[in-house]
Design a protein around this ligand. Structure first.
Ligand SMILES: [Zn+2]
Length: 90
C-alpha cells in the first residue's frame, strides 16, 4: 500500500506523540481505530507500519500488535506482526 502525503499528514494530525507511545486520537468505530483512505477504512497501525517499511508489502495473514500493550498506541517501533488467528475468532 502506497501512503500518500495527504494520508501521512492526516495520520500525524490524529496522534498524540509522547516520549513513549503515540496515541491514536482520531476516528474509531466499535473501539477500532481507523483512517479513511480512498473511502476505505484502514487501521492507523497499518499506516504507521507501512510508513516505517515503505518497501514491504503488508501480508493480510498478519495483524499488528503493540509490545507496550497500549490499546491506542500506533508508534511504529512498538508494533510487531502477529499471525492472524482464525480458529478462535469470537
Ligand atoms: Zn506504545
Amino acid at each position: 500500500m502506497k501512503i500518500s502525503d495527504k494520508v501521512k499528514e492526516e495520520f500525524f494530525n490524529n496522534i498524540l506523540r509522547t516520549n513513549g507511545c503515540w496515541f491514536w486520537i482520531g476516528k474509531k468505530q466499535h473501539g477500532r481505530a481507523y483512517l479513511l483512505v480512498d473511502g476505505k477504512r484502514i487501521s492507523p497501525r497499518r499506516i504507521s507500519w507501512q510508513l516505517a517499511h515503505p518497501d514491504e508489502q503488508f501480508d493480510e495473514n498478519f495483524i499488528l500488535k503493540t509490545s507496550c500493550m497500549e490499546k491506542d498506541c500506533v508508534r511504529d517501533d512498538h508494533l510487531y506482526l502477529s499471525m492472524r488467528s482464525y480458529s478462535n475468532a469470537t
